[in-house]
Design a protein around this ligand. Sequence first.
Ligand code: ZN
Length: 149
Amino acid sequence: MDTLTTCDRCGSDACYVQEVNNEIKLYQCYGCGFIANTAMKRDSPFLEEQMEVLPELYKELMGEDENGVIWMPSTVNIPTKGMVFADGTRASNWEWAAVKSIPTTEEEKAKFKEKGKDYEWKMDMSTLKHFPEREYMEALDYIGVFEVE
Ligand SMILES: [Zn+2]
């Protein structure tokens, strides 16, 4: 079951905790937009795997809380709505980027089919909008995460 708690990183009370099992908990904070996984501690194989695939900015923004749990920015990718991700050149200069998705045209669908892909939606880069770190919720709202279908 998901429960709300106080974020160990930013102190907001909008941090969702999901207990995977007795040892592993996942945190997703809607206050700061960062996520944590208690299995991801310094020198853990899980963290090393992440380090190989994460963008530089995400590595720079990573930080440990007082319990040794490592926090990093979340990446939201909902094909039918859009994406929200950390965007910037370095830890001192970044914002949330939000991009809405739009349905692909018949022509585009045909092109994707040729490549063996079946895409109903694509990211519309013309809708790209940036939000300051503290406005993570606004960024999610912009792509319609909270809209009920
Ligand atoms: Zn937080």
